[in-house]
Design a protein around this ligand. Structure first.
Ligand code: FES
Length: 373
């Protein structure tokens, strides 16, 4: 038997033996978070920023075994683990606070309402001071890196994409970094400006950090009007720049075209990744067989839903962290079937080895997946 035949046989044996173990009740509450650091926190304050955005301050839950919150750098995110209507799920949010706040064992995240958004809307509507939240340690590589980056930093933010740059602005003003930061911030109207009072104060007092706001659906004195364009940005582009972007994909596309005209090298441009949705021409239903430790479940899955979301909806607590295909924490072995991986920045060679990231994988056939735990 050659190597490939041997692998095929091994795979078949795994699937056959797993099939025999499928429990009658296919809803499994499998906890797969214990190989990752979980910090137990409590919401110590909630501040309304706009009519659809709130900042949550999290501090350690003294009744738990969490004794400290780890430090972070601006641009990093934490992942919240929640159960909403019996569905275990997670969401990553950029930290908006200064890194110095973590020295007091506090983090801040700023959450904006998302149309149809399960977690964001639950947080805005249901959570209150005193509620407990389990979170991950800070993760991610997006943000300013004083070793890699230039001192002239131009940040482009849209909507809630302002949060990592508020963290960076606060860090610069507290002396953590020696650089100049200009944040272009695009919002619909004056009332949509998150952190508005603080931004106004910073703009009055500081020279090395400034926010330039453009209102896309309103004209108002002191603000630019319309979508970000070349003329707005040109005066702030120096000979050497670092460009940071966080916002909707539409901003990335427009800005990339503009930055090309300025001949800014690609290595000087850094993006925060966001989940990309996928809408197939036709929504098909397939069968997803999930193998975990000693158990296997079989559940239906739809071609317009990621495998991670499908598992969560069926009460399987599959590993997740970034949910955008970047961190590799959800990495699982695709034993049978085909998927479309959308927007993942991971190395495609993973796919060749049979590994996929379920957080960005949409089924394109019946699937057998082995959670890599
Ligand atoms: S959760 Fe990060 S790659 Fe899937």
């Amino acid at each position: 038997m050659n190597k490939i035949e041997k692998l095929k046989k091994e795979r078949k044996d795994i699937i056959d033996s797993a099939s025999k173990k499928i429990p009658k009740n296919t809803l499994i509450d499998e906890v797969i978070l214990n190989n990752h650091n979980i910090y137990h926190t409590i919401i110590s304050s909630i501040k309304e920023e706009t009519n659809d955005t709130k900042t949550f301050t999290l501090t350690i839950d003294k009744e738990s075994n969490t004794t400290m919150l780890p430090p972070f750098i601006p641009g990093q995110y934490i992942t919240l683990y929640l159960t909403i209507s019996d569905i275990p799920t997670s969401r990553a949010y950029s930290l908006s606070s200064s890194p110095n706040l973590s020295l007091k064992n506090e983090y801040e995240i700023t959450v904006k309402r998302v149309e149809g958004g399960l977690v964001s809307n639950y947080m805005l509507d249901e959570l209150k001071v005193g509620d407990k939240l389990d979170i991950s340690n800070p993760s991610g590589n997006f943000g300013y890196n004083p070793v890699r980056d230039e001192k002239n930093v131009v940040a482009i933010a849209g909507g809630s994409g302002i949060t990592p740059f508020m963290s960076l602005a606060r860090a610069i003003l507290e002396g953590m970094y020696d650089c100049n930061l200009t944040v272009f911030y695009s919002v619909k109207t004056y009332d949509d400006i998150i952190f508005r009072k603080e931004i106004e104060e910073i703009n009055k007092k500081n020279k090395n950090v400034c926010f330039i706001i453009t209102l896309t659906r309103e004209e108002k004195d002191g603000f630019l009007h319309g979508h970000l364009n070349k003329e707005m940005i040109e005066p702030y582009i120096k000979e050497f720049n670092t460009i940071l972007m966080c916002g909707p994909k539409s901003i990335y596309k427009t800005m990339n075209e503009i930055l090309n005209e300025f001949n800014i090298p690609r290595k000087s441009v850094h993006y925060e990744n966001f989940a990309v949705t996928y809408e197939p021409d036709e929504i098909k239903t397939y069968e997803l067989k999930v193998i975990m430790n000693e158990s296997t479940v079989t559940i239906p899955c739809k071609s317009n839903e990621t495998l991670l979301v499908t598992m969560e909806k069926n009460k399987i607590k599959a590993p997740s962290l970034c949910r955008v295909g970047e961190c590799g924490y959800c990495r699982s072995k695709l034993l049978v079937g085909k998927v479309k991986m959308i927007g993942a920045s991971i190395e495609r060679s993973l796919e060749d080895d049979g590994y996929i990231h379920p957080c960005v994988s949409y089924p394109d056939s019946d699937i057998t997946l082995k959670l890599d735990i």
